[in-house]
Design a protein around this ligand. Structure first.
Ligand code: HPA
Length: 288
């Protein structure tokens, strides 16, 4: 039988340690994907905590994931930004992969913003383009809520259930306000369905053709498990993908992790301006 170690007590230990280092209570948690870590430099009054210093926090082994938790404010909103994540393909059990998302929930975040680098399946997408996630297809073969249910992770009175709804996993109002914010900034933000694979190999062209018929617009190796536990905890979710390459076989070009990072650096300005515009809107839309 697989082991499903209880993550609640370790997560409370991580939260207790973080609270000794800052008195800021973050309202929004942000997980930065491959090549998108530079956004953390936008955080004001920042307290930066290496993952290695936080009890039980997993360490990323991937280039482009620096492994720091940055707590401070953006546009006056208290945030906790994870600069880098761990992935199941690194060999971590799924409970470890989602441990940081659990910690963000217990820290008091009401909204989780998940970001990632993704391959574009929809042929109208272009490398460098941002996409707001409307839904996902989890083909990783596992589920982050596997194991005994832990209702103490609930952040709202109705959350923490054994079986929980995923029909609006990506909060519709947050999708709409992101599209509006992009429009105000002068660019077109389309929605897309993100399909998650385990990795670490990129996909074959036949797999990508199959994924297209399943309704996927984007493919990647992260995000869905963090979204699953966020919904288990009752958090609102906003997902943003940066298309770093066209998926296998969509164009006649091999896929390279260096390109993924390079596109991330180039898209940094648009990504930063979008997130900086969206963050204060999330708070005003949910509290007033
Ligand atoms: N496939 C899977 N994950 C990815 C890709 C891809 O093409 N690009 C960036 N992450």
């Amino acid at each position: 039988m697989p082991q499903h170690p209880d993550q609640y007590i370790p997560a409370t230990a991580a939260v207790a340690h973080i609270r000794t280092l800052t008195s800021i209570s973050p309202a929004i948690g942000i997980i930065l994907g491959s090549g998108l870590g530079a956004f953390a430099s936008q955080v004001e009054s920042a307290v930066t905590i290496p993952y290695a210093d936080i009890p039980h926090f997993p360490q990323s082994t991937v280039v482009g994931h620096s492994g720091k938790l940055v707590i401070g404010t953006i546009a006056g909103v208290p945030v906790a930004v994870m600069q880098g994540r761990v992935h199941a393909y690194e060999g971590y059990p799924i409970t470890e992969v989602v441990f940081p998302a659990r910690v963000l929930g217990l820290l008091g975040c009401k909204t989780l913003i998940v970001t990632n680098a993704a391959g574009g399946i929809r042929s109208s997408l272009r490398p460098g383009e941002l996409v707001v996630l409307s839904d996902h297809i989890n083909l990783t073969g596992t589920n982050a809520a596997l194991g005994p249910n832990e209702p103490r992770f609930a952040c709202t009175s109705t959350a923490g259930q054994r079986f929980f709804d995923m029909s609006t996993a990506y909060t519709p109002s947050l999708r709409a306000l992101s599209v509006q914010a992009a429009d105000n900034l002068g660019f077109n933000l389309t929605e897309g369905v993100y399909l998650a694979v385990l990795g670490p190999s990129f996909e074959t062209p036949a797999e990508i053709r199959a994924f297209r018929t399943l309704g996927a617009d984007l493919v990647g190796m992260s995000t869905v498990h963090e979204v699953i536990v966020a919904r288990h905890m009752g958090l609102d979710v906003l997902g943003l993908s940066l298309v770093t390459n066209m998926a296998a076989g969509v164009i006649d070009q091999a896929i390279d992790h260096e390109d993924v990072l390079e596109i991330g650096r180039n898209a940094e300005k648009q990504f930063t301006s979008l997130l900086t515009a969206v963050i204060p809107k999330i708070v005003t839309s949910s509290f007033f």
